[in-house]
Design a protein around this ligand. Sequence first.
Ligand SMILES: NC(=O)c1ccc[n+]([C@@H]2O[C@H](COP(=O)([O-])OP(=O)(O)OC[C@H]3O[C@@H](n4cnc5c(N)ncnc54)[C@H](OP(=O)(O)O)[C@@H]3O)[C@@H](O)[C@H]2O)c1
Length: 274
Amino acid sequence: MNDIRNIAFIGAGNMTQSIVGGMCKSGYPADKVWVSNPSDAKLEKMKSELGVNTSNDNLEVVNNADAIVLSVKPQLMAEVCAHLRENVHNLTDKLIITIAAGIRIPKYREYLGENIRIIRVMPNTPSLVGQGMSGLVTDDSVDEADKNFVTEAFNGVGETLWVSDEDQLDILGAVAGSGPAYFFEFMDSLAKAATELGFDAEKARAMVQQTCLGAAQMAKESELSLEDLRKQVTSKGGSTAKGVEAYQDSDLHGISEKAVKAAVNRNQEMAKLF
Ligand SMILES: NC(=O)c1ccc[n+]([C@@H]2O[C@H](COP(=O)([O-])OP(=O)(O)OC[C@H]3O[C@@H](n4cnc5c(N)ncnc54)[C@H](OP(=O)(O)O)[C@@H]3O)[C@@H](O)[C@H]2O)c1
């Protein structure tokens, strides 16, 4: 990374551990990273494995930082932000990055002050294995340097995609955020179909997961559309054509459309809780 800032993570949970791990692996200096958490075990692990600065005091890490990543559960966000607002006098000088699901940017302005500089990021669970798909959104409160800084930080755990507004982030959440669950469901159904025909369960899983990975890799490396890639492995009258036909007869596209719309609606309902 070119832009090195003192960065504080509030909350040392799974997401923080993977993002900080990814940043350090990409060469970010550990002495510029601060992490706070109420209990000690996760902090000790991060300190010994990565060499980052740790504290039980959110204010200590925030006071040492130019950028703050809010990484607590959404239901704790109001309380954590109120504590910062009451005790940190130059919050507007710091870049605020939040990864909490469901809380929209205007709410953070209520929590932390009208003039904060803020970027909202929606990571997904494959970030835990360095293959995340993070969506990013902001309003006009940040500059290109802030955007580049956050893009590079999250590129450490996968890929990043900027979207134009928070409605788009709800769609990204319904596809990339919830998507791993859809793929697991689909993979499980394929593996079960094989075992029902008498295939060994462990081997079925190995076969399905590697096929999924291989298909994703081919999609990433190819310039063909997904439809053309599908056609490429589907010879007319062959066995794949028969399998694909079964999916199409069951309206796979319609099922996905229904799933994504249901998840978008739920994201919008949840945003109203905050
Ligand atoms: N996991 C995902 O795939 C995913 C995807 C998208 C977005 N997110 C968002 O990322 C955020 C973090 O998720 P996570 O999965 O990393 O959760 P997590 O593992 O539960 O981590 C949350 C951490 O916050 C700590 N904490 C609790 N109260 C605190 C306080 N007052 N000050 C500082 N830290 C405090 C907790 O400490 P103790 O355990 O000691 O209580 C815990 O270590 C959430 O807002 C979630 O919505 C997660």
